[in-house]
Design a protein around this ligand. Structure first.
Ligand SMILES: Cc1cc2nc3c(=O)[nH]c(=O)nc-3n(C[C@H](O)[C@H](O)[C@H](O)COP(=O)(O)OP(=O)(O)OC[C@H]3O[C@@H](n4cnc5c(N)ncnc54)[C@H](O)[C@@H]3O)c2cc1C
Length: 529
């Protein structure tokens, strides 16, 4: 057994966990108020923000009609589960978020007259997506935000550390966190006046995903262990157009490609989507992903592609450089040939329940960005509304904390009892691994669900949790424990959540006959029902 060093102890006015767009936008708002410590699993490339391609949705023009139509599109895509008042706040505060980005220097793409270039994505009734560097929007925004924060005298950055436990005062108020380095060698205990989780979603808990590997939601599980309410975990958004090449990590082909006229076709070049939705390629994401799943299921041997051969090589190089050159390196010239696609887990509509000020159900704890459930995305997020949410909520949580601070509230405690590492979960050799769990979720909680699959998935997760022992946990074991905990909560939610939008159930897998079209790809352990 290795000897643990006692944790280093720090005190900060504001603790932010997670360094994506939500974390940095919050930091920008809090630095004028006091010291900010941002702890993250890695640099900006560790979160999803860096990879966002399509852009940022705005009610461009910002007049009455622009706002109303953005609100209406968001609610329509959300399949009846959006909170309309919250959606309105999101859209009405977009102008402020956009103005901040421009003032900080985000180089949004413009035409030769200096006018913003707007694109359209699925389920948007008009072009309203702005972008930067063609399809490098996320990386250019998060880099700009980070540059405006790093180097500030009140800013401290700790990485690579993972949140291990939230620390509470006797009153129950969350007052910091205990962090474990990724190699398990170092522990840091941070006391804070306010603790903000900006740790993103958990789509990397699924075997096939567009998210970077750090996005397995272990901070969400830590928040749940501390008593924070989670909600809507059943609502995973699966993105339909993800490059599908054997042995290669799934790579997103942005929805803006369909917005600019891309077609989804089979190997004979036939478009398939109008059989599923009158808007064809511009139908909401959950509809398109499900259509691809059904095609694969019902037409064994079918191959599905995204075709943008109507766009010239020159245009693709400039407008979609990331996508174009990635595909070219993989041997596909998008200006001449279609790219094979298959859906992948992409975004979490649910998470830690918050109000529109970022408050969780625990005093002292806030959540912002994809980790939070603000109910603005309903049962299916409208494309490019996620960066908007991270920015708007980063502003709102900043304002909430500023007003509490002005009242003399939110001071870090002098000391906290709970800052010592305590024993955690350990696993027997041969027990369910994180990789096994990711395959399990892909198969049992994937694009299309059945009650049988959900019951089987839950049973396996419960058995894995029951086989855990208590002892000196390693980073890998702690991560697996959190992943299992979150999966348990997800399966629980799947049983009761409304079956709309992304939470799509069928009576029985047997209603299609045969097995899931995904099982062959995932190296499946699928059982028949
Ligand atoms: C490929 C791709 C393309 C996308 N394109 C778009 C788009 O065009 N438009 C749009 O609106 N949305 C898009 N999205 C979604 C959007 O990018 C994300 O929802 C958004 O960026 C989330 O931002 P965030 O700051 O909440 O979290 P993230 O950017 O995911 O950052 C999470 C941070 O938390 C850290 N972290 C995670 N767990 C822990 C832990 N336990 N302890 C400490 N730190 C932790 C990570 O290291 C990271 O720094 C895309 C997503 C992907 C994956």
């Amino acid at each position: 057994m290795t000897q643990r060093n006692p944790p280093r102890s720090l005190s900060t006015d504001f603790l932010i966990v997670g360094g994506g767009i939500a974390g940095y936008q919050t930091a920008i708002n809090l630095l004028p108020l006091g010291s900010v410590t941002l702890v993250s699993r890695g640099s900006i490339v560790s979160g999803s923000s860096y990879y966002a391609q399509g852009g940022l949705a705005l009610p461009w023009g910002f007049g009455y009609d622009a706002v109303e139509s953005h609100v209406a599109d968001t609610i329509r895509a959300g399949a009846g589960l959006c909170d309309p008042a919250n959606v309105r706040v999101l859209v009405e505060e977009a102008e402020e978020a956009y103005a901040t980005l421009v003032s900080l220097g985000v180089p949004f793409d413009r035409d030769s007259a200096g006018e913003l270039l707007l694109t359209r994505e699925a389920a948007h009734s008009r072009p309203r997506i702005i972008h930067a560097g063609g399809d490098k929007t996320g990386s250019l925004i998060v880099k700009t935000l980070a540059q405006n924060v790093h180097g500030h005298e009140r800013f401290t950055f700790l990485t690579p550390f993972r949140l291990h436990r939230l620390l509470k005062e006797d009153s129950g108020r969350v007052a910091g966190g205990l962090f474990m380095s990724e190699d398990g060698q170092e522990w840091v205990s941070v006391r804070s006046g306010a603790t903000i989780l900006a740790t993103g979603g958990f789509s990397a808990l699924f075997a096939r995903t567009t998210n970077p590997p750090s996005q397995v939601g272990d901070a969400t599980a830590v928040a749940a262990a501390a008593g924070a309410q989670l909600e809507r975990l059943a609502f995973t958004q699966f993105h339909p157009t993800v490059l599908d090449l054997p042995g290669q990590v799934p790579f997103l082909l942005t929805e803006a490609l369909r917005g600019e006229g891309g077609h989804i076709v089979d190997q004979k070049g036939h478009r398939i989507l109008f059989r599923y939705h009158p808007d064809g390629e511009l139908a909401p994401r959950d509809v398109v992903s499900r259509a691809l799943w059904l095609e694969a299921r019902n037409r064994p041997g079918v191959k599905l592609f995204l075709s943008v051969v109507h766009l010239s090589e020159n245009y693709l190089r400039q407008r979609f450089p990331q996508v174009y050159f990635h595909c070219l390196e993989a041997g596909i010239d998008l200006s001449r040939e279609p790219a094979p696609i298959r859906p992948a887990a992409h975004f979490q509509m649910g998470g830690i329940r918050t109000d529109m000020d970022g408050r969780t159900t625990l005093s002292g704890l806030y959540a912002v960005g994809e980790v939070a459930s603000t109910r603005v995305h309903g049962a299916n997020r409208l494309a490019s509304n996620s960066l908007l949410e991270a920015l708007v909520m980063g502003n709102r949580v900043g304002r909430t904390i500023a007003s509490l601070r002005a009242e003399g509230d939110l001071l870090p405690p002098e000391a906290l009892e709970e800052g010592e590492p305590s024993p955690g979960a350990t696993h027997e050799p041969g027990a369910l691994s994180l990789e096994d769990l990711r395959i399990l979720l892909w198969e049992k909680a994937g694009i299309v669900r059945t009650e049988e699959q959900v019951a089987m998935g839950e049973e396996e997760v419960l058995a894995a949790l029951a086989s855990e022992k208590t002892g000196e946990t390693t980073p890998k074991e702690a991560l697996l424990h959190n992943a299992l905990t979150l999966s348990r909560l997800l399966f629980e939610d799947l049983k009761t959540a409304p079956r709309v939008g992304a939470n799509y159930f069928v009576e029985s897998r047997n209603s299609w006959g045969g097995s899931s079209p995904d099982s062959a790809h995932a190296g499946s352990k699928e059982k028949t029902v």
